[in-house]
Design a binder for this molecule. Structure first.
Ligand code: NAD
Length: 495
């Protein structure tokens, strides 16, 4: 059995003897096993990251950038390898996996320009012959804990930025699909990154707790479910760390009566069922405004019925399985709950089977109509291919739904009315907004982050926000000896 270990100090290592299975979600079969790092593994990683940081912080930003540029080229050459690793353990289609690697690669590309963002500010003569300037310095050893649904992209939101800013980074990927993280770290070494600047430790919550409590880690970036995000935020703060913790979502897509319905339906299809709904920016609620609801539901049903569901190795597959048997059961229980609570089940994805893949974790596309805000399927994140349609009379009702929901990750509105769309962008309580765009994931040079229960902390990921997160500000006030007046001053200096 293939053993997935840690990547520390530029080589594969593993002290712990405990391993758990990693499965192919399409077949339900075990394909490898991953180490559950113990204290010795984790201490080794932190010690190594600490000494790597001492050197790396002094490498000039431009030299760091050149290594990152090389890394970009190497990833480009390895996109197929990386996508295959993602698909084999996650289950998403190869094309979807490739897209996610490319979105991560864009952050690497952005990170090559970070010297520009590390520039400080300078003010001449803040006092007589006194100048003041600010510099941004790295934090030290930083850590990232990532979810199963984007094994390449989400780690790449974090470590390229942290490393470009002069930090070292310890990545703890999801134990459900850990191979890609190890490969990404190996490729960075190939690009010339000094050993220990990027270490990967595998494991479960034991590893996470060890990192959160470790005195030598300065900052924690987390992406995952909301209860864990909240826990990470609180625990990291308790141990004096800087923290950004991104949580779950329930993204609404509003369809106004004046929307281009063809576009809206296409947008909903990809956003609700792409990657089997296992995206934090997936659309799980479509809000039909006015009298378009019947038409909208009919069209979604028609398209969802012919969606091609299958394993990633079948190039024709448009949607793969969900991550595990346990998660499939959880989604199917939500569907049952939706029926029990009175929603109208238009398309039922339970019990979905594919010949030859009977033990795969497939859930068919599921569509509920006439869902209301009191139902469990509306309130909770399902994280599967389940779309709820809520019918409202007017735009204000749709806006209230969006704003009253506990999650605030992404939202989108389809309309041809500029005034409505402008009102929506100004007034919705959501971090990422799309106008006639179904999944408004910001580019690498902007920043990714939700509001409310979708993000705990002050900084979103990557872009300028990422640089702010991974650096601390120092402000210097300087006067040179020739300009010093004699005599002590006991009052607060003013100009
Ligand atoms: P998860 O919260 O179960 O796990 C995320 C990470 O936390 C994993 O590395 C896991 O090992 C660790 N972990 C799990 N339980 C823990 C615990 N009790 N204590 C400490 N660490 C723990 O999330 P997941 O199931 O891997 O991913 C799906 C979730 O991630 C969804 O809720 C999704 O919305 C969310 N997500 C959010 C974003 C975003 O940008 N907001 C992006 C991707 C995924």
């Amino acid at each position: 059995m293939n053993k997935i270990k840690n990547y520390i100090n530029g080589s594969i290592s593993g002290i712990s003897k405990d391993y758990i299975p990693v499965q192919d979600p399409s077949t339900g079969e075990q394909i490898s096993e991953v180490i559950l790092s113990n204290n010795s593994d984790l201490n080794k990683a932190v010690e190594n990251s600490k000494s790597a940081f001492m050197q790396w912080q002094n490498v000039t930003p431009l030299k760091r950038s050149r290594i990152i540029s090389k890394y970009k080229e190497i990833i480009e050459k390895n996109i197929d390898v990386l996508a295959r690793l993602v698909s084999s353990e996650h289950g998403k289609t190869i094309e979807d996996a490739k897209g996610s690697v490319i979105r991560g690669l864009e952050v690497v590309e952005f990170a090559t320009g970070i010297p520009h963002l590390l520039k400080g500010e300078f003010s001449q003569n803040v006092g007589s012959n006194i100048d003041s300037y600010s510099i941004r310095q790295p934090l030290g050893v930083t850590a990232g804990i990532t979810p199963f649904n984007f094994p390449a992209m989400v780690p790449m939101w974090m470590y390229p930025i942290s490393i470009a800013c002069g930090n070292s980074f310890i990545l703890k990927p999801s134990e459900k699909d850990p191979s890609c993280a190890v490969k990404l770290a190996e490729l960075f070494s190939e690009a010339g990154l000094p050993d220990g600047v990027l270490n990967v430790v595998n494991g479960d919550k034991f590893a996470v707790n060890n990192l959160l409590e470790h005195n030598d880690i300065s900052a924690v970036s987390f992406v995952g479910s909301t209860p864990v995000a909240k826990y990470i935020y609180e625990t990291s703060a308790k141990f004096g760390k800087r923290v950004q913790a991104l949580g779950g979502a329930k993204n609404h897509l509003i369809v106004m009566p004046d929307a281009n319905l063809d576009q809206a339906v296409d947008g909903i299809m990809g956003a609700a069922y792409g990657s089997a709904g296992e995206r934090c920016m997936a659309v799980s609620v479509a809000v039909a405004v006015g009298d378009i609801a019947d038409d909208l539901v009919d069209r979604i049903k028609e398209k969802a019925e012919v969606l091609k569901i299958g394993p990633y190795i079948d190039e024709k597959s448009e949607m793969g399985p969900v991550i595990s048997r346990e998660h499939k059961n959880k989604i199917e229980n939500y569907i049952k709950k939706g029926v029990d609570e009175g929603a109208n089940l238009v398309l039922d994805g339970r019990g979905f089977k594919i010949q030859g893949y009977e033990n795969g974790n497939f859930v068919g596309p599921t569509l509920f109509d006439k869902v209301n805000e009191n139902m469990t399927i509306y309130k909770e994140e399902i994280f599967g291919p389940v779309l709820s349609v809520v019918r409202v009379k007017q735009y204000q009702d749709a806006l209230s739904l969006v704003n009253n929901h506990t999650y605030g990750n992404g939202t989108s509105i389809y309309t041809s009315n500029g005034e409505i769309s402008r009102h929506f962008t100004s007034n919705c309580q959501i971090g990422m907004v799309g106008i006639n765009v179904p999944i408004p994931v910001p580019m690498a040079f902007h920043s990714f982050g939700g509001w409310k229960q979708s993000l705990f902390g002050d900084h979103a990921m990557h872009g300028v926000e990422g640089v702010r997160f991974y650096t601390k500000l120092k402000t210097v006030t300087a006067r040179w000896p020739d300009s010093i007046k004699s005599g002590a001053e006991f009052k607060m200096p003013t100009n």
